[in-house]
Every structure is written in C-alpha cells, then in structure tokens.
Design a protein around this ligand. Structure first.
Ligand code: UT7
Length: 341
C-alpha cells in the first residue's frame, strides 16, 4: 500500500469587495499606472477597509475551502493554521478565533509567521501532521490585511500590497492519489531580517520605548535587494523540491510562485528553464497579498479551469525573514472549488 500523505481536497479564496485600481491610488504617492504595470504587473489590489480584519478574511476563505471539500458529518478537521504577518492581535493568535467562527470545535489552531512564505510553511506543517497521523483533516489558510501596515506616503510599498485570504483543506490519504503533497523544501536566513520588516509593535520596541513611534508600525522594504534574493532562493528551493520528488523541470505543468512581482515570476521561470505559459499569475488583480497569494492564485486558476487532475504543480515562495519554501503536488480530481461551488 502506498505511503500516507496529505491530499488536497478543498480550495477557496476571498478578496474583500473594495478594489483599488492604480489610477485610484492616492495622488501624493507620485506614481503612475504605467510605472506600476511595467515594474510589477499589478493593475489593481483589494483593500479591506475599516473594521475588517485578517481573521474576517480568513473565515470567508476557510468557509469556501471547507464547502468545496464537502466534508461529511463524521469528518473532523483536527488542525487549523492561519499563516499571516498581519494577525488580528499580538495575543491571542488569530487561528483559534477563526476555527471557532467556522464551527470547527476544538481543533488545534495556531498562527504561523513566515512572511510571504507563510502559506508554504503552513502547508508543509499540516502535511507533516497528517502524514504522522496527528489529524485526519487540516485547514490551511493564508490571510492578510497588509493595507493596515502600509505607509500611505511610501510609494515603494503602498502600490504593491493588497488584502485577501486563500485556504486549502488537506486530508490524510496516500502518495499515489491525485492531490498528494509529494515533497517540500523550507529554508530561512535571519541575517536578512532588515530587508523587509515592521519595526514596531513587538517586544523589541517595547523593551526600548514606553510609547510606540507611529512610523514604526509601517512595513519597510528594500525592494531591489529582495527582488534578487527572491529569484535566487525560489530557484534553489524549487530545484530542491523537484529533486526530492524526482521530477524534471519539463515535467512541471504549472509554476505557482508567490505573487510579489510579475517580473520576479518571469525571472524565476527563466532561471528554472520554464516557458512563461506555465507561470500561474494572479498579481494583476490582487497585488502582493503575502501569505495569501499562493492559495489565491490557485483558487483563481482553478476557477478558470486551468488545472486538470494529475497535473504536476510546483509552489514556491519567498518572503520576510528571510524565508523561502517550495512544495510539489499533483492536482486532485475533481478540482476543488469547482465541484461544489
Ligand atoms: O513579498 C515578498 C517581499 N517583497 C518582494 O518580493 C518585492 C520585491 N521587489 C520588487 O518587487 C521591486 O523591487 C519593487 C516593485 C519594489 C520596485 O521596483 P524596481 O524596479 O526594483 O524599482 P527600484 O526600487 O529600482 O526603483 C527604480 C526607480 C527609482 O527612481 P530613481 O531612483 O531611478 O529616480 C524609484 O524611486 O523607480 C522609483 N519608484 C517608483 N516610481 C514610481 C519606486 N517606486 C515607485 C513607484 N512609482 N511606485
């Protein structure tokens, strides 16, 4: 009998209704639709707006993924992971509240902070737990409200990031089933911690100052340096995952990379020796949604009937930390998110 593995069985994405096109960005940013499209590929992003938190978006995406997995009454979700850099509170974690609002009883629930690589880290964590027999089903959500940490006067970040959530349901199955997560590769390099960071709001700042510095609540990013690291790290992590699973790069049907910049995705494909047709992109519509970007790209592509059962997918991400991670999986039948709309 084939070895135990986590199998993808549900998928859902949620973008808050308010779209912000490039032309609608605040005038003081001194930017243009032409620059943003040419340098990033982004045409619009979604911003959640007042009173809507990461947990709210996570609940919507989680609900859609659970519905598409069509779990039976006897099936229990034993683990809920919310990958996010913009949690609802420093304490408690966002995931227990999300699990409770989704009616998932007393499932183990925790947040995972690995920047834009968070979804791949969470997928790997849940897959390991299912393979080890710690749960039979897991809900993995990437959710962000980056609009809450954007400096409205910083054109190097404010034009790029968007809000959203994407989620998958995994169940314990076997490696020979379509939908199986077959290999993962994770890594980090903390010497690059200052390349992208939110300086305030944590113990470091509180240990230094009784009153927070208002500017320190914003994301600061050294975009050009991150660009280079992103391509390099995702290329090597992708190669590691492919080596583990034993696929040649030509056998990969779809490259689903973190949606940070269309130029990064194209540079990555070039480095890996893949044609652009295999690159899945969603950044045009949603911007960079950090930990939500890969499941959102999956949900969008699935809704457009892009994947067939047994297709080979390579997921790869890079983010603050620095962190990176990749996963190789096949596409399930029927396609989650379409069979049970
Ligand atoms: O999600 C994971 C972590 N994040 C990333 O992976 C992001 C990676 N980095 C990037 O995507 C790109 O570096 C950016 C999109 C952030 C910036 O694009 P770039 O092509 O690397 O631009 P740059 O930083 O080299 O700047 C080129 C010029 C500069 O002007 P000067 O010095 O040449 O006069 C910038 O000031 O473009 C200027 N610029 C802008 N102009 C109009 C920077 N941002 C903007 C803007 N609108 N929004």
């Amino acid at each position: 009998m084939a070895a135990r593995a986590a199998v993808l069985t549900g998928l859902g994405g949620y973008l808050p209704p308010r779209t912000v096109t490039n032309d609608e960005l605040p005038r003081q940013l001194d930017t243009s639709d032409e620059w943003i499209r040419r340098r990033t590929g982004i045409r619009q992003r979604h911003w959640a707006g007042p009173g809507v938190s990461t947990g709210d978006l996570a609940v919507e995406a989680g609900h859609r993924a659970l519905r598409s997995a069509a779990l039976g009454t006897g099936d229990t979700v034993g683990m809920v992971i919310v990958a996010t850099t913009t949690p609802d509170h420093p304490c408690p974690a966002t995931a227990p509240d999300v699990a409770a609002r989704l009616g998932l009883g007393q499932a183990a629930a925790f947040d995972l902070a690995a920047g834009c690589s968070g979804f791949v880290y969470a997928l790997a964590t849940a897959a390991a737990a299912l393979t080890a027999g710690h749960a039979e089903h897991a809900l993995v959500i990437g959710a962000e409200t980056f609009s809450t940490v954007l400096d409205p006067a910083d054109r190097t970040t404010a034009v790029i990031f968007g809000d959203g959530a994407g989620a998958v349901v995994l169940r314990a199955g076997t490696r020979d089933e379509p939908g199986a997560v077959l290999a993962v590769d994770l890594g980090a390099d903390g010497t690059g911690k200052d390349f992208a960071s939110i300086p305030g709001g944590g113990a470091r700042e509180r240990s230094l100052r009784p009153e927070p510095n208002p500017d320190d609540r914003y994301l600061r990013m050294r975009g050009k340096e991150i660009f280079t690291h992103a391509v390099h790290r995702m290329e090597h992590s992708s190669a590691a995952a492919l080596a583990t699973v034993g696929w040649h790069v030509d056998e990969v049907d779809h490259l689903v990379g973190h949606q940070a910049n269309l130029r990064i995705l194209h540079a990555l494909a070039r480095q890996l020796g893949m044609d652009r047709q295999r690159v899945v992109s969603h950044i045009q519509q949603a911007g960079n949604t950090s930990a939500a970007s890969i499941p959102l790209a999956l949900a969008d592509a699935a809704a457009r009937h892009r994947f067939q059962a047994h297709d080979r997918l390579l997921l790869t991400a890079f983010g603050a930390g620095l962190t990176w991670g990749s996963a190789a999986l096949t596409w399930p039948a029927p396609t989650p998110g379409r069979a049970h709309p």
